[in-house]
Design a protein around this ligand. Structure first.
Ligand code: GLY
Length: 370
């Protein structure tokens, strides 16, 4: 079966393709030649888990087209999203004397695309980048849309840039080596997209959940494609999150990011935290924005089916509230939530601290009773 192509439509000749399918990685060199005719040198930035698995294939695909390759490997995990690692990447690029015609390729999950994209945005004031996502989460979310950045001690993704890639090469065969917990992490972003998109996607996902959890190739590819189509549309309408459209993609992330920060990155995965955040946002929405209890229950059931059961622990509500205030989604001292009002509809609005705290207290109590 040939690869699926989704186009992210952007002005100023910056539109790009996302190719989804097995072995699309083999055509990476041809794509670089086609898109960047003056490029002769590619830096492949991969993490220490993924580079040994797919670095050689990426290099071969690039070498076949006569492109020189510099491989830069960063430690796996969220800790690599730091200014220190970014500086090491820039030093490595400069020491190889890579000029403005070079291209930076990320190989890995969201950490790789965030780092490599930011490196490309600022190196020599901007060089081309291409993403080769190898995790479900990166295929459905992180690699598409141009958000890049690193973390600061004060919070996640606090420094970064919008840097749209020239191409996204989502080789679904690379998912064969994805650890189970990482699959589950990706399902949270897929569920988030389905809730935002439509009844059609939501109930397709609900019905396909068993096939998806068994990693059925066709179902997985369809889920990725549906998410990329949705995200491409959102990004085309609101590239830099200034129009109250793209902000919907933060569903589940207000509590999710706070949970990750308060428990120490890695205690719960990003996906587990986002799923918990989606459950919380739905309940908050039922209280303040009119979501029905049927919706809350349907979303709970979908998350359960995807292996995203409620977290078994809580975090002191005050700590979570403080973290939410440090998040970049806070605005004028108020915490912003994406509140799903039903499948396919949502509001982005500030919620007063006392209301958030009341619901966090109820959330924490529910954990004690469970
Ligand atoms: N991951 C959220 C966004 O790309 O806007």
């Amino acid at each position: 079966m040939s690869a699926t192509r989704v186009v992210v439509n952007l002005p100023d000749q910056r539109s790009y393709d996302v190719r989804i399918g097995p072995r699309v990685l083999d055509g990476l060199g041809r794509k670089v030649r086609e898109l960047l005719p003056s490029c002769s040198h590619v830096a492949v930035i991969g993490d220490a888990n993924v580079a040994p698995l797919y670095g050689a294939r990426a290099k071969e695909a690039l070498n076949q087209e006569g492109l020189s390759v510099t491989e830069i490997t960063v430690p796996a995990g969220e800790d690599s999203k730091s200014l220190a690692v970014l500086a090491e990447i820039w030093q490595a690029l400069a020491s190889k004397k890579l000029d403005r015609s070079c291209c930076i390729v990320s190989l890995g999950g969201g950490v790789a695309s965030d780092l490599a994209g930011f490196a490309a945005a600022a190196y020599l004031r901007g060089v081309a980048c291409i993403h080769v996502p190898t995790s479900l989460l990166a295929m459905v979310d992180a690699s598409v849309g141009g958000k890049t950045g690193v973390n600061l001690p004060a919070g996640k993704n606090l420094v970064g840039a919008f840097k749209q890639p020239a191409y996204v090469c989502a080789d679904t065969a690379t998912l064969a080596t994805l650890p189970e917990r990482e699959w589950t992490c990706g399902w949270a972003e897929v569920a988030k997209t389905a809730v935002l998109d439509s009844d059609e996607f939501f109930f397709w996902l609900d019905g396909a959940s068993a096939q998806l959890r068994a990693h059925d190739d066709d179902a997985v590819r369809e889920a990725i494609t549906r998410c990329v189509v949705f995200k491409a549309d959102v990004v085309a309408r609101d590239e830099e999150e200034t129009q109250d459209v793209r902000a919907c993609l933060n569903l589940g992330h207000t509590l999710g990011h706070a949970l990750e920060a308060c428990t120490g990155y890695g205690t719960c995965s990003h996906g587990e935290a986002v799923a918990e955040g989606m459950r919380f946002a739905a309940r908050l929405s039922a209280a303040v924005a009119g979501a029905s209890l049927e919706f809350v229950q349907a979303q709970d059931e979908l998350l359960d089916k995807l292996g995203l059961e409620p977290l078994p622990f809580s975090v002191p509500p005050r700590e979570l509230l403080d973290c939410m205030h440090g998040d970049k989604k806070a605005h004028d001292g108020q915490i912003l939530f994406v509140l799903p009002t039903d499948i396919g509809s949502w509001e982005v609005r500030p919620v007063a601290d006392d209301v958030v705290l009341e619901h966090l207290d109820a959330w924490a109590r529910s954990k004690e009773q469970a």
